[in-house]
Design a protein around this ligand. Structure first.
Ligand code: GDP
Length: 389
């Protein structure tokens, strides 16, 4: 499918940049238009691939922001986004909406600009356009502390409500042991981009390679549009395409065995994907709908393998709402599988996040009232004999 992508805040911009990089590396064409929106000028300079004229600084005239960011305050992030909706609209005027199958709004939920702003803009897009609006939200890792959990748990509510589906990515599950924070994000952003682009980029072929079982945008929209939360599974295998002309390979491609091999490879990869780490770990059985995309060179895309994988996923999710299709890529050197598990309802990490958020909120409130008393005590003399001026 083709999407217009809006990266909100620092994480949003960097992840969109990683999507553009993966697209360029693999010859895909998912993004018809991109826009990075931020309240911090310094963060808007970070992406490498987002064109300069597709970066929008909001909150410039806001007395507390002035281009310096919202300081991890999502209320302020939401306010600034609301105030500058007109500017965001103008920036989106150039989006070729007739060529776009959906909008995708990307943000980290533990900070301020993305956490507060992404739901505001998603809601606005939904009012303005007939196309579905999807979110891609990043949950903070537990070591970021209570404030990030609180921001994320609150944003999760409004972002889910404002989108047709919110795809989740959990930084906690993807934290790289021993890596520095910034290089850890580079790696996780690449992994995230790989998953999102393989999934949503299906059916966006610019050449004439069309297969009978090709996935198209309406399949993806149908699976995603549940008003709930979704997660993505992924696996890939390198292909030794150089040996294609070998004797053994010639023999096998002519024989029945090769069909079975191809089918097993596809089926095996789908199983491996679903058993591996999801973008946000969830109980697969709780998915309402799912969709399998198998991407690779046309000769590798076994229809039988796809059928078996679909049947297997129906059993795993205990649901008949499973679509499977392929995404032929002549030049691909890997066979990749992305599985969308849509409207998952059993996500232990979200329960954990909410508990942490409630604890943090109680602590913040208790600290604020204790501090008021302490300040009053500090500025008042011991026997309260003095009158303020
Ligand atoms: P904002 O600019 O105010 O929206 O805040 P940030 O985007 O800097 O941070 C919000 C949250 O996003 C943080 O709490 C992190 O959990 C996460 N985050 C920040 N940068 C990245 C990134 O490059 N990749 C990923 N996966 N997460 C990030």
């Amino acid at each position: 499918m083709h999407v217009a992508v809006i990266g909100f805040g620092n994480a949003g911009g960097k992840i969109v940049d990683a999507i553009l990089e993966f697209e360029a590396d693999t010859g895909r064409s998912l993004c018809k238009d991109v826009l990075a929106v931020n309240s911090a000028e310094i963060d808007l300079a970070k992406p490498d691939r987002i064109p300069e004229d597709r970066r929008l600084l909001i909150g410039q005239t806001h007395e507390r922001v002035k281009g310096r960011g919202v300081g991890a305050d999502p209320e302020l992030g939401a306010e600034v986004a609301r105030r500058d909706l007109g500017e965001i609209d103008r920036a989106l005027d150039s989006v070729p909406v007739y060529e776009v199958d959906a909008f995708l709004v990307v943000a980290g939920l533990g900070g301020g600009t993305g956490s507060g702003g992404a739901p505001v803009v998603s809601r606005h897009l939904r009012e303005m356009y007939a196309e579905p609006v999807y979110g891609l939200g990043v949950l903070p890792s537990t070591d970021e502390g209570g404030r990030a959990s609180l921001n994320a748990a609150r944003s999760l509510q409004s972002f889910t409500d404002a989108t047709d589906s919110l795809m989740l990515f959990d930084n906690d599950a993807w934290r790289q042991a021993g890596e520095s924070l910034s290089s850890g994000y580079d790696h996780t952003n690449t992994e995230l981009a790989r998953r999102v682009t393989t999934l949503l980029g299906a059916g966006a072929l610019d050449d004439s390679t069309v297969s009978e079982t090709a996935m198209d945008a309406s399949d993806i929209n149908r699976t995603l549009s549940t008003d709930g939360v979704s997660t993505i599974a992924y696996a890939s295998a390198e292909l030794d395409r150089g040996t294609k002309s070998g004797l053994l390979d010639q023999f096998r491609t002519n024989g029945h065995e090769s069909d079975t091999d191809y089918a097993q490879k596809v089926h095996g990869l789908v199983r491996r994907a679903v058993k591996a780490r999801l973008t946000c770990p969830a109980d697969v059985e709780s998915a309402e709908r799912s969709l399998v995309v198998v991407s690779g060179p046309p000769e590798e895309l076994s229809r039988k393998g796809l059928q078996h994988a679909r049947q297997w996923l129906e059993e795993q999710t205990d649901s008949v709402e499973v679509l499977a299709g392929d995404d032929p890529r002549e030049d691909a050197d890997r066979l990749s599988v992305a599985v969308l598990l849509s409207n998952v309802t059993d996500i232990p990490r979200v329960d954990d996040l909410q508990e942490r958020a409630v604890d943090a909120q109680e602590k913040i409130e208790a600290e604020a009232s204790a501090r008021d008393d302490e300040v009053a005590e500090l500025v008042t003399d011991e026997n309260n004999q003095l009158d303020p001026l």
